[in-house]
Design a protein around this ligand. Structure first.
Ligand SMILES: NC(=O)C1=CN([C@@H]2O[C@H](COP(=O)(O)OP(=O)(O)OC[C@H]3O[C@@H](n4cnc5c(N)ncnc54)[C@H](OP(=O)(O)O)[C@@H]3O)[C@@H](O)[C@H]2O)C=CC1
Ligand SMILES: O=C(O)C(=O)CO
Length: 329
């Protein structure tokens, strides 16, 4: 098959064992980011299968209608950028491997690394050592043990982070939807009596929700302004969960001390002067929560297997609905 892969591709993915599964296919990799629909339509004139690396290039109804030869679009993770109904109308099978079978552990590991980096001011310490100032004027770090971690959301990643936090001697509390709070309380988790108290009593707030039209801007400027002075905000979920501009305001007012962010509005950002990316109170990573050799080999191995099955069998028979989303956003 003619297979096209796009969005945020790392060339090192070719060296992973999973890539061999595509031997025998005619594979084209596009390394630019989020091209427009007209470019994509021209590009996919001959494509039969398209692999999306992550939620970047929007698949609009117009683009879906222009994808004459495409039979399969496969990806992993969130797919709010794909009009699945339009693809279905055009007879194109869309499959997304769901996050719940996915990268909870590596993303939780990065989250916890960011928590430690923020509490111990690691970027400041590294800069100080590199500048020849040795300990210099970098701020004093703070203990991880004994701090209260507030998890916002009670899904797969939040639960793994909770386990890491407890192993480090942190106290864990959480805030989430009504249903999740009830589930968490039944599981013996600490749930403060109000949202305001959650924000006001967490030394670190770490965000772990999905971004949907209902959850966009769910964390408001007022929430951040309720946080403890000098506290830490970590977001490895999606930037759109937090009101735009609120993080900068909270940092500039000293309300929060550090924001450790793996996700940004308008990412990928190539302007080093971007106000959030370049702010001294921000510890940025370029959306790499789930980017590890092992994780990508597993995730892409499944996608390539799906591409192969599509060429040889009735793919619908091999799609496990516990693992793949095929028809809804
Ligand atoms: N940085 C990275 O590289 C990665 C980031 N992520 C992101 O991390 C976040 C958390 O992921 P993960 O823990 O796996 O997510 P889950 O699927 O476990 O869901 C997390 C929370 O999102 C809410 N949620 C779940 N399903 C829905 C739905 N259908 N509609 C609306 N809200 C829903 C719930 O919130 P509540 O508890 O309040 O009910 C749930 O607890 C996501 O935004 C994900 O995209 C994931 C992997 C890698
Ligand atoms: O799976 C996700 O939600 C990710 O952030 C990776 O793109």
């Amino acid at each position: 098959m003619k297979v096209h892969i796009l969005d945020d591709w790392y060339d090192s993915l070719r060296a992973l064992p999973s890539f061999q599964a595509l031997d025998g296919h005619d594979v084209t990799v596009w390394t630019d980011r989020a091209p427009d629909s007209a470019t994509l339509a021209a590009r996919f004139k001959d494509a039969e299968a398209v692999v999306l690396f992550r939620d970047r290039s929007a698949i609009t109804p117009d683009l879906a209608a222009a994808l004459n030869g495409v039979k399969l679009i496969a990806m992993r993770g969130q797919h709010a950028h794909v009009d699945v109904q339009a693809l279905t109308r055009e007879g194109i099978l869309f499959c997304s491997k769901m996050t719940k079978d996915g990268p909870s552990t590596p993303t939780a590991e990065l989250t916890f690394g960011l928590i430690i980096a923020a509490l111990r001011y690691l970027p400041d310490q590294i800069a100080s050592a590199r500048a020849g100032a040795w300990q210099g004027d970098a701020p004093l770090g703070r203990n991880v043990a004994g701090k209260t971690l507030g998890l916002y959301g009670y899904g797969g990643i939040a639960r793994v982070v909770a386990g890491f936090a407890r192993a480090f001697g942190m106290r864990v509390q959480l805030w989430a939807s009504d249903d999740s709070r009830a589930r968490a309380a039944a599981d013996g988790e600490t749930v403060p009596p109000s949202r305001a108290e959650f924000f006001a009593t967490s030394d670190v707030v770490s965000v772990h929700k999905r971004l949907t039209s209902d959850t966009r801007n769910e964390i408001t400027r007022a929430d951040l302004m309720t946080m403890m002075p000098g506290s830490i905000l970590v977001n490895t979920s999606r930037a759109g969960l937090i009101e735009e501009g609120a993080i900068l305001d909270a940092l500039n007012s000293g309300r929060i001390g550090r924001a450790a962010l793996d996700v940004f509005a308008g990412e990928p950002i190539s302007d080093p002067a971007d106000p959030l990316l370049s702010h001294p109170g921000v510890i940025p990573t370029p959306h790499v929560g789930f980017i590890t050799e092992e994780e990508l080999d597993k995730q892409f191995g499944d996608i390539y297997a799906l591409v192969n099955a599509f060429g040889s069998a009735n793919p619908v028979d091999m799609i496990n609905p516990e693992v793949w989303t095929t028809g809804r956003n």
